[in-house]
Design a protein around this ligand. Structure first.
Ligand code: SF4
Ligand code: SF4
Length: 101
């Protein structure tokens, strides 16, 4: 609670990336790259800066069969597990898996 500003006021625009919301998650979205058609609808709907259109440099390759530069990538430090991407994916390529803690 100490990290939250008075009245939860946001003093700077576009500061969401400084908050790590991954700890809120109960379920984790996992992309099935065999089904993903790279439409980026998940990227459009995600309310957090948690989905990238490309895998950031240095992050692990999620699937050896997919070219590194083309994969949609979920940043689990920022994914809060809301499930919007799971609901919106048109080809049901994202599975919601219970977190093991
Ligand atoms: S919405 Fe589904 S098919 Fe589209 S990029 Fe995301 S995971 Fe892939
Ligand atoms: S579960 Fe929610 S926060 Fe996480 S990647 Fe999907 S839309 Fe974004």
């Amino acid at each position: 609670m100490k990290e939250i500003t008075k009245g939860a006021i946001i003093y700077e625009p576009q500061n969401t990336y400084t908050y790590l919301t991954g700890g809120w998650r109960t379920f984790r979205p996992v992309i099935n790259y065999e089904k993903c058609i790279r439409c980026y609808i998940c990227w459009t709907y995600c309310p957090e800066p948690a989905i990238f259109k490309r895998k950031p440099a240095g992050e692990p390759v999620p699937n050896e069969r997919v070219a590194e530069k083309d994969v949609v990538y979920i940043d689990y430090d920022h994914c809060k597990g809301c499930g919007i991407c799971v609901a919106e994916c048109p080809v049901k390529a994202i599975e919601f898996v219970k977190e093991e803690k």
